[in-house]
Ligand binder design. Structure first.
Ligand code: NI
Length: 393
């Protein structure tokens, strides 16, 4: 292969990955409903040849590249679901599904992984062991698709697992690596404050759940500021407060809802206990009662130290020096953690931000977009990871 041929091959790869991404972007599907997406992925994988392809669940796809030579089993994961958001990007390939949008970049994850599979199928003779490609459904909605796929055995025998997220906070051309605690455990809570409704002008006959609820919100903020070690990351956010119907009626109840984010398992257990103590105390002080429901979400993403250091080498080999940058952990959540229960792994972040081109909107925003050159970066890293961990020595 001459250099010119190589450049043509790289160009063709880039073109197909961008086309796949745009096709997926135009046809987004919500979590657990990724039927056409999964079919598109399966058909594309079949066209590559040489893979063992199965459907662990109705809308997920597993492809195995079995070399027939003994060696480790490397799993790579891409998630495929979209969000209930009305797209406002004005892109030529904007969503054609009403109220549904790939606003988190999972279209790019899927396309990137397809690009990596295509390359690696052609490199079979240079590889040992097995490369397993996990096209996961339903990352956005708890209990998530990852846990379901793990239960169906997709991680059986896997020695290492890697995955990536296109990342709006990172400039295109950079790749963020985090060692250890990487993404938080996202838990959800619901609080009902029950007072006694009545006339807005006769408050003495009521127990006002709006006032009591406001005290609850304020007092919950003392958990992170006063009951948690300042060096331990934690978030308690009340994100919804619904009460009342009109200006002259004190309502019977107030409904509060929000999220708690932690890394530390002990803290994750302690925060709901502290919350309930405050809710109980505040409501009782005002003669109100409460109901409190706390639901645990995904486990935190904890990156294996050894695999992360190897990823640093991999990114350098694939993209050159100065591309890998150390990144701070994020308090967002990810069900990639389910795969990490079965094998040591790394979840890394590929920069997509390009201010000059106006690509600045955060994930889950109606104008979220990606700099598509990040897709090629992703393909190169996944291919290099396979060569690094599963290359013929
Ligand atoms: Ni996402």
């Amino acid at each position: 292969m001459t250099f010119a041929d190589f450049k043509d091959a790289a160009g063709a790869m880039r073109d197909s990955v961008v086309q796949w991404r745009r096709h997926l972007h135009e046809h987004p599907e919500l979590s657990f409903h990724e039927s056409e997406t999964a079919q598109f992925v399966e058909d594309t994988l079949v066209s590559f040849g040489g893979l063992e392809i199965t459907r662990p669940t109705p809308t997920s796809v597993l492809a195995r590249l079995v070399t027939g030579r003994p060696g480790p089993v490397l799993a790579m994961r891409a998630d495929m679901d979209a969000l209930p958001i009305t797209e406002a990007t004005g892109l030529l390939f904007a969503s054609t599904a009403k109220g549904v949008m790939h606003a988190c970049g999972h279209d790019g994850h899927t396309a990137t992984m397809l690009g990596a599979v295509q390359q690696l199928v052609g490199m079979r003779e240079q590889l040992v062991g097995e490369i397993r490609f996990i096209f996961q459904h339903a990352e956005e909605v708890y209990p998530g698709g990852a846990e379901e796929m793990v239960q169906r055995g997709v991680m059986d025998g896997v020695t290492r697992v890697i995955g990536a997220h296109l990342w709006a906070q990172l400039d295109v051309g950079t790749v963020g690596l985090v060692e250890g605690a990487t993404m938080a455990a996202p838990d959800t809570f619901w609080i009902t404050v029950r007072g006694k409704g009545g006339h807005g002008g006769i408050p003495q006959q009521t127990v006002d759940p709006v006032l009591v609820g406001a005290h609850v919100v304020t007092n919950l903020q003392s958990i992170v500021s006063r009951a948690v070690d300042p060096l331990d990351p934690a978030v308690v956010s009340v994100t919804q407060f619904h009460a009342g119907t009109t200006h002259n009626v004190i309502p019977e109840t107030a409904e509060l809802n929000g999220t708690v984010r932690t890394f530390d398992p002990e803290l994750r257990t302690r925060i709901p206990q502290l919350m309930e103590r405050i809710i109980r105390g505040v409501t009782e002080a005002h003669g109100a009662t409460y109901a409190f429901t706390y639901e645990r979400g995904y486990r935190p993403v904890i990156n294996d130290v050894t695999v992360t250091r190897e990823m640093q080498e991999i990114v350098e080999a694939a993209c050159g020096p100065n591309v890998a940058v150390p990144m701070r952990p994020t308090m967002t959540g990810e069900d990639f953690s389910a795969f990490q229960q079965k094998a040591p792994g790394n979840f890394f972040f590929i920069g997509i931000r390009n201010e000059a081109r106006g690509i600045v909107h955060p994930h889950h925003h109606p104008r979220f977009d990606i700099d598509e050159s990040a897709l090629e970066t992703g393909v190169k890293i996944f291919v290099q990871a396979a060569r690094h961990f599963n290359g013929v020595r």
